[in-house]
Design a protein around this ligand. Structure first.
Ligand code: MG
Length: 354
């Protein structure tokens, strides 16, 4: 689920981080500030080719044929339980999905728990049971873990970090850097459900909502898409920062433009209503069960058909195309007929939604 370590040249325009600067919530929002932190602090220290690729997972070439996909995600969502999911389901799906985004079959997860003194064991049991159910659905095993406890007040109940390991299919070559001019952009369903559902669980919507988070393991949907075409260029889940931020990452990595057709992008009425009330744009609201698939135009219809007949992909739709200019930009053709730039999320919008 990440916007993990993206290698975005466009994010370097801000001045270097000074020694006296401190972490602010925007550094965890998955947008431009997160990218800057990642580049200035982490990537500059940990330089290596797998990391520098800037994808959702690291690609490890074991030998001439075998490749592994390795992902990691930390989860701090508040509250722990929300409509459609909980921190445990989120932690499993996050790492399953990121590992799958290189065209891999996820097989194994590890899980690290930071527990706050006083947390009811029953709460932990519910979360762990939810992790087991999500892992069963995804067909992965949780093979190792770690537990640490901190004093009351030093954490907020429970945090979980998961690592996902998968085996990349032979014959696929998928990266955020592989989008080509003319490719179709497919989205697997409605945007913004997760972020708005978590806000609803916090009582911040001001109205009753039946909206559920879309959190789901997407590995079988992705397998169906790859069965239809091994020529898929890019897979990425639009999590923190939303659809617009994810497409900006891809546009920058691939040095292309992306044109989106607003009228084609599915948004539920409840998400639209919440966004209008709160002053949000659904293009920036997090998803936890959606994938963007960028594929050569000639394969688009068969990939779309395969996705529509797979679980979690029933509402898949072509939402745009890859263009030559403007490079590293996302343009939105609005329902009113105008065109505007849909930039990367600048700072903080919804803290602790994953
Ligand atoms: Mg991701």
């Amino acid at each position: 689920m990440t916007n993990d370590i993206p290698n975005i040249e466009g994010a370097v325009c801000a001045p270097p981080l000074a020694h006296e600067e401190r972490i602010v919530m925007g550094h965890g929002a998955g947008g431009r500030m997160s990218h800057q932190l990642i580049r200035k602090v982490f990537m500059s220290a940990f330089q290596n080719s797998a990391l520098n690729a800037g994808d959702d997972a690291a690609l490890i070439q074991l030998d001439a044929r075998q490749r592994l996909s390795v992902s990691v995600d930390a989860h701090v969502v508040e509250p722990l339980f929300f409509p459609g999911g909980d921190i445990g389901k989120l932690a499993v799906c996050g790492s399953v999905n990121d590992a799958a985004m290189l065209g891999a079959t996820p097989l194994y997860l590890t899980a690290g728990f930071i527990l706050e003194e006083g947390l009811p064991i029953e709460t932990l049991r519910r979360v762990v049971e939810s992790m087991r159910a999500a892992a069963d659905e995804a067909g992965v095993q949780i093979i190792a873990g770690d537990t640490k406890v901190v004093q009351k007040g030093k954490a907020d109940g429970l945090y979980i970090t998961t690592t996902g390991v998968g085996v990349v299919r032979e014959g696929v070559n998928i990266s955020g850097a592989n989008a080509k001019v003319g490719d179709a952009v497919i989205l697997s369903g409605a945007i913004g459900d997760h972020g708005i559902a978590v806000l609803g669980a916090r009582g911040e919507l001001g109205f009753q909502s039946s909206l559920q988070s879309d959190v789901a393991p997407l590995n079988r949907l992705i397998a169906a898409a790859l069965d239809a075409s091994p020529n898929i260029h890019v897979l990425r889940d639009p999590t923190r920062g939303g659809l617009a931020t994810t497409l900006n990452e891809i546009a920058a990595q691939s040095n292309v433009g992306v044109v989106l057709h607003e009228s084609a992008i599915p948004v539920r009425a409840e998400v639209n209503a919440a966004c209008e009330m709160l002053g949000f744009d659904a293009l920036y609201v997090a998803n936890e069960g959606k994938v963007v698939v960028i594929v050569p135009q000639e394969d688009a219809e068969k990939v779309l058909a395969a996705m529509k007949s797979a679980k979690y992909g029933e509402d898949s739709v072509i939402i745009g195309e890859v263009v030559a200019e403007p490079k590293a930009r996302v343009l939105l053709k609005t329902v009113l007929g105008s065109t505007r730039v849909a930039d990367m999320l600048a700072g903080e919008m919804l803290p602790r939604i994953c």
